[in-house]
Design a protein around this ligand. Structure first.
Ligand code: SF4
Length: 424
């Protein structure tokens, strides 16, 4: 494959009728978003109101026992009947009061709901309002649901960011808002690129500090950095902000088109854009070569899990020359995904939703070289001799932008290299 941008012919998959599957689903819980969100908003605390299962999930998703002062915890609500709910609220108030007394650096507290029935009975939005009244102006208390029922794990971030939108200050001037948690190194690179392009002011949601909430209003144009933020986008639309339609900044092509869309929205000329992005883009193109040699021609199968599947499939097919066997996505937001669908090869086997047994049958029959899936499916597939990539790793690693394009490709190359070594 020469060069990275293949000419776009026709409308790709933009007009494709995507079959929908409704069956048993293998999904991971929305609480996991806390793991990357707590690193991002450095004066926020995430208090999961949940069961022992939720506490275990958070602890194991964090991957380590925390010895330093963590910025997330679980308030365990044991089984109670409705009559016990008043005590529950009192207990929650006591836990929050003790936490905030001990941790004066906390400026924003999220009460994160979960799916056990005893938690569903609790009205966490009233609890958040009550506690906010008590602790404002020092600490604001918000709530969102990280429940694992009928959701995918990335929806936790969407719910968290959507809960922030109503409290953002009102903007009075034009600005660009980049929406979606990005690793700090990526955010810094994006800031430098926007500055070089002459796009200003630029703010990020979520911010690094709760004291630095971005403003939003009718003159705000926003650019989604993640493809799973439909509730947040709706909340921003309600504040009058306008979305800039673009593919997502994964890979060289995605990043180029994402920045180009921002440039067009802010009246930046082609020459100014080119002079800002030419050098990092060319460096990134070169960095992909060694991974392309390994990935080109390999067949990849996506189980629906993260909602990142379409942009990843576009990157791996167009820039790395991989063959797409099947691309499953938990949800297909047509409006947000049209720029991605237009770039996918016509005839790509797309599926929305999941019927896991049928998908496993198709996967086994196709014998792909690599499967992208959730944790629950990875081990059994590996045991059957199929190389896998955990989709959750894509959220834990910096992958967006030019400088991360090679790291993104490497995430897919690594399981193939490992399997080749095992075979020797
Ligand atoms: S929120 Fe639900 S799915 Fe997630 S860990 Fe708790 S009990 Fe499990």
């Amino acid at each position: 494959m020469d060069g990275f941008v293949q000419p776009v012919t026709g409308r790709g998959c933009a007009d494709a009728v995507v079959p929908m599957e409704r069956g048993q689903r293998e999904v991971f819980c929305g609480l996991t978003g806390i793991i990357w969100l707590h690193r991002k908003i450095q004066d926020a605390f995430f208090l999961v109101v949940g069961s022992r299962t939720c506490a275990h999930l958070i602890q194991s998703a964090a991957g380590v026992m925390i010895f330093a002062e963590p910025r997330f915890a679980t308030a365990i609500i044991d089984e109670r009947d409705l009559a016990g709910l008043a005590d529950c609220n009192d207990e929650l108030d006591r836990v929050v009061t003790r936490l905030l007394e001990r941790r004066p650096e906390i400026k924003l507290l999220f009460l994160v709901g979960s799916c056990p029935s005893e938690v569903i009975k609790l009205d966490l939005s009233r609890a958040a309002q009550r506690l906010s009244r008590q602790f404002m102006p020092g600490v604001r208390v918000l709530n969102y649901s990280g429940s694992g029922i009928e959701t995918t794990f990335t929806q936790g971030e969407d719910a968290c960011l959507a809960s922030l939108v109503p409290i953002l200050p009102t903007a009075t001037t034009a600005s660009l808002l980049v929406v979606g948690a990005l690793a700090e190194v990526v955010e810094d690179q994006m800031r430098r690129l926007f500055a070089a392009m002459g796009v200003a002011p630029v703010a990020f949601l979520p911010p690094r500090s709760a004291l630095d909430l971005p403003s939003v209003g009718p003159d705000t144009r926003y650019l989604l950095a993640q493809p799973f933020l439909s509730d947040t986008a709706r909340a921003l639309d309600e504040r009058g902000a306008k979305r800039i339609s673009a593919p997502f900044p994964l890979g060289v092509e995605g990043t180029t088109l994402w920045l180009t869309a921002a440039a067009e929205a802010f009246g930046v000329g082609a020459a100014a854009l080119e002079s800002a992005i030419a050098a990092p883009r060319e460096r990134a193109e070169r960095s992909l070569d060694r991974h392309r040699a390994l990935l080109a021609g390999k067949r990849i199968f996506f189980f629906p899990d993260s909602q990142l599947e379409l942009p990843l499939a576009r990157f791996l097919s167009r820039e790395m020359g991989m063959d797409l066997v099947e691309v499953g996505t938990p949800y297909l937001h047509r409006q947000h995904m049209t720029p991605e669908l237009e770039l996918l090869p016509e005839g790509t086997a797309l599926v929305e939703g999941q019927d896991v047994e049928r998908q496993l049958d198709r996967c086994r029959a196709e014998k792909p070289d690599l499967v992208v899936c959730g944790l629950g499916l990875a081990n059994p597939l590996e045991a059957e001799g199929i190389a896998t990539k955990w989709s959750i790793e894509l959220l834990f690693s910096p992958t967006q932008g030019f400088d991360q394009a090679a790291d993104l490709a490497e995430l897919f190359a690594r399981p193939l290299v490992r399997r080749a070594k095992l075979r020797v």
